[in-house]
Design a protein around this ligand. Structure first.
Ligand SMILES: Nc1ncnc2c1ncn2[C@@H]1O[C@H](COP(=O)(O)OP(=O)(O)OP(=O)(O)O)[C@@H](O)[C@H]1O
Ligand SMILES: [Mg+2]
Length: 317
């Protein structure tokens, strides 16, 4: 058999395996239960554009919704598999979540034939799929932090606690997020943080090989060096987010195993917490204990501020 035939056969075999994997994933989801009534839906403006996806603002049943569209019609066969897998994983992991610090899932559709919207020419609605979730109007935490130079410590603690509580809930459901960062946290109209984007999230299964994935700067070192890792990778990323919230700054790492420098004026309780989160995976705290420590810190700083306004801790660069 010549090389060309050999490659063609291998490719066909891979495609079959990929198709099997997608079918298995798809079987775990009841799409009829996820379907929304398109008569009650109006898709409005585009709010975010990625290479393979777009997020739109819409109105469903008189409430604002976010519509995350996966443009399968716009990509080649290899990317189609990845994109559909990411869609199915996000639906599977987020459909039953119910927590004030996680964006609420509303529904999902495997194709968008019935959705009343005019896609650009290169997109074909019958191939594209989408997820509907509650609309969060306050932008990303990343954008919010860029707008401020300093934040009062009570706001720092509130933002950190919201994120920690959302993540602790995910871990209690055996889900690791794997792409935790301030750009994947949104603020609602009351300034509460909600975690979004479960496209690369997975069930926490130590027996399974887990590929290196995530965003540079936030990724735990073991994600890049080990073939198996667990939910503690999110604890590392949370430590980076905590640093960013305290410093109102974006962290840019330049080397593996590097962590940010903690400012001198950082309260010891927060500094110790950040360092613990960046420790070896086994020594990192569980998120439930991070929540407790932040609650204790919040209570103690409230006591301090009750003694007089001059004692309110504030970060300034
Ligand atoms: N529920 C929501 N409410 C309001 N805006 C949202 C919502 N979900 C997503 N967005 C907007 O869409 C952007 C991208 O969403 P998401 O992170 O889920 O997709 P993504 O595929 O990871 O895209 P990106 O690569 O841009 O992060 C968010 O940063 C936010 O601006
Ligand atoms: Mg994202």
């Amino acid at each position: 058999m010549d090389d060309k035939n050999d490659i063609a056969l291998k490719l066909a075999w891979f495609r079959k395996e990929e198709e099997k994997e997608l079918q298995e994933l798809s079987k775990l989801i009841d799409f009829d239960a996820c379907k929304i009534d398109c008569q009650k839906l109006k898709v409005k403006k585009n709010i975010d554009k990625g290479g393979y996806g777009s997020v739109y603002q819409g109105i469903y049943d008189d409430k604002k919704v976010a519509v995350k569209v996966f443009h399968l019609s716009a990509v080649d066969e290899d990317s189609k598999f990845e994109l559909r897998k990411s869609f199915l994983q996000e639906v599977l992991l987020s459909k039953d979540l119910d927590h004030p610090n996680i964006a609420k899932f509303i529904g999902a559709m495997e194709n968008m034939k019935e959705v009343d919207m005019k896609p650009k020419k290169k997109f074909d609605k019958s191939q594209d799929c989408c997820i509907f979730s509650e609309f969060l109007s306050g932008g990303t935490l990343y954008q919010y932090l860029r707008k401020h130079k300093k934040l009062p410590i009570n706001i720092v603690t509130r933002l950190a606690l919201d994120a920690a509580e959302g993540l602790s809930y995910l871990h209690s459901k055996q889900i690791m997020h794997r792409d935790l960062k301030t750009a994947n946290m949104l603020l609602d109209k009351n300034g509460r943080v909600k975690i979004i984007d479960f496209g690369i999230s997975r069930f926490d299964d130590l027996n399974e090989k887990t590929p290196a994935i995530g965003t540079i700067g936030y990724i735990a070192p073991e994600v890049r060096t080990e073939s198996k890792y667990d939910h503690k990778c999110d604890v590392f990323s949370f430590g980076i987010c905590l640093w960013e919230i305290f410093c109102c700054s974006a962290y840019r790492s330049v080397a593996l195993k590097m962590t940010p420098q903690i400012p001198q004026n950082c309260p010891k309780a927060l500094a110790d917490l950040m360092k613990n989160c960046w420790d070896d995976p086994k020594r990192r705290p569980e998120m439930s204990s991070v929540v407790e420590r932040l609650r204790e810190f919040e209570a103690s700083s409230l006591n301090e501020s009750a003694k007089g306004p001059t004692r309110l801790l504030c970060f300034s660069r």
